[in-house]
Design a protein around this ligand. Sequence first.
Ligand code: NAD
Length: 256
Amino acid sequence: MLSEKLSKNIKKLADLIKDKKEFVAFTGAGISTESGIPDFRGPRGIWKKYKPIMLREFLSNPQDREEYWRRKIELYPALSSAEPNIGHVSLAEIFKAGFLKYVITQNIDGLHQKAGIPVENVIELHGSNTYISCLSCGKRYEWEDILPLFDKGVKAPKCAKCEGWLKPATISFGQSMPEKETAMALEIARKIKILVVVGSSLQVYPAASIPGITTQAGGIFAIINNTSTVQDTAADIILTGNAGDILKELRINLIK
Ligand code: NAD
């Protein structure tokens, strides 16, 4: 049951969206915790257990490279079997009703697409964990083809074509952001009149600069998160609670 104040603020956001006709969602790991995928910085986040491995450590230190793959294989069952939750599904329904223009996501789990938002409307700023690629030549590999190598004792696989290091196609700390997606996200953030952040601590730059781009261009910026964030003071509307509950209510307010 949502509090009266929260319900009132969700209605306020829905009315603004109806007035401006469309919005963009900027999502982070928090939208997927209800699908069983842990976030990084939330109360039960991955960084409570592990320290991040930088790209240069992955490339230069065999132990870090092997540890990186060990963690990825540990997380693989949860990530590959995860299903969209009510938050992803509500956003997909809002998209079909014409109010949601794009999802700019920091997530690597592919759940927005699995929920039914077309691939071309989901901008993945941090790549995707749904496949593997070679850091040298870019050749794509599927998980099913690489996983059996670990059963044969391989600890960090290499590219069959060029011998480069293979890595899930996500952007690690210290790795460049994808050029096309970044340029597109910046342009969309500048043009859209309402940007709704869902489940992000807004601490990972350059992605966390996106809301500032919308507000500098005169747009409205809302945050849906279960804790406070470092950018709360800059937001026009703050909806505190579970992303799934709030997005479901937003969908009801927008579509009925
Ligand atoms: P983050 O872990 O820094 O922050 C997540 C935020 O969501 C936290 O403030 C947390 O309190 C909040 N949250 C958690 N569950 C919630 C829920 N059910 N409802 C509302 N809020 C909830 O995540 P970030 O800002 O996305 O940045 C971390 C980086 O982590 C990103 O670059 C992303 O690539 C990566 N990541 C992705 C996944 C994924 O794809 N699902 C999972 C873990 C990390």
